[in-house]
Structures are given as structure tokens and as C-alpha cells.
Design a protein. Structure first.
Length: 156
């Protein structure tokens, strides 16, 4: 089923978080994001800026609208400022399919060993408590010959 978000022109799907503490980590940054499914969080440790790419432009717009006055860091005298990255981000057919199927996580492991058996990859993808449902694992190499593994996780 095609949604309006899918058939419209490429939209900005990226929000920029600014004024983060230089000691921030991905868990802290992830706790500041809501309003829709996230495709990617880009953050370099020690920096004060992070990029949040949502799976849809509508989700990104909801997050930006909800954080127009910034995000107050709990327990700190710090406001995180949220801006929209003006560059449009198109979504490919794989991403559109994942949105349609209700995927909640898609993990890509780059540089994974080629000789890892599928049951080992499945065990890692499911987690220690085996609480995550895994739909499929796709192994391959990118155009530079680097091994990568994609796990498509559906959390129920």
C-alpha cells in the first residue's frame, strides 16, 4: 500500500541536535528522540551535534514541531536545540518496504566476518534474552568487497 509520504517528492528526513554535552553517548541521544521511527543516528563521540534521520519526512516534521523550544536535558541546566537539515533525503524501495511491513529495527553490521554461521548471527540479533523477533538476515558484500550483514527485526 502506498502512502502519501512515499509517493511525494524527497523530503527532509533529518533533524540536527545541537548543544549536546561532549560526554553524550548514543543511549543519551536516543532518549531525546520521539515522534516516529528512526533510520539512523549519526554521532561522533566528543562532538556536540548529532544527526537523526527518520524513516519518513512526516516523522521528522512531527519531532521538529514538538521540539520547537528545544529539549531540556533532565538533571542539567542545558537545552538541546533541534533544527531541520534542509537537504532532502529520498528513501529507497527497501526502506519503503520495511515501513510498509512495520519494521521497528533494521541493523547493519559492517565488517562482519564472512565465516559467521547464520545461527550465530541470529543469536546476536535476538539478544541475550532472545526477546527480539528476527524476520530475516541478509549477508553480502558492498561494492568495495566489505562484508556486511543486515538483520531485519520486528518487535512485537
Amino acid at each position: 500500500m502506498l502512502t502519501t509520504d512515499m509517493i511525494s517528492a524527497a523530503q527532509s528526513r533529518t533533524a540536527i541536535l545541537q548543544n549536546l554535552s561532549s560526554s553524550s553517548n548514543l543511549s543519551t541521544i536516543q532518549s531525546l528522540v520521539w515522534g516516529g521511527k528512526v533510520e539512523q543516528i549519526s554521532y561522533e563521540p566528543g562532538k556536540t551535534t548529532a544527526l537523526i534521520k527518520f524513516m519518513s519526512g512526516d516523522s521528522c516534521q512531527r519531532f521538529i514541531a514538538a521540539t520547537a523550544n528545544g529539549i531540556k536535558m533532565p538533571g542539567q541546566d542545558r537545552i538541546i536545540f533541534v533544527d531541520r537539515d534542509p537537504s532532502p533525503n529520498s528513501s529507497n524501495d527497501l526502506l519503503r518496504g520495511l515501513i510498509d511491513m512495520g519494521a521497528t529495527r533494521c541493523i547493519r553490521a559492517v565488517g562482519a566476518d564472512e565465516d559467521w554461521p547464520e545461527n550465530s548471527l541470529l543469536s546476536v540479533a535476538r539478544g541475550r534474552g532472545k526477546t527480539r523477533a528476527v524476520d530475516r538476515i541478509v549477508q553480502g558484500k558492498d561494492r568495495n568487497g566489505v562484508c556486511n550483514v543486515r538483520s531485519f527485526l520486528y518487535i512485537y
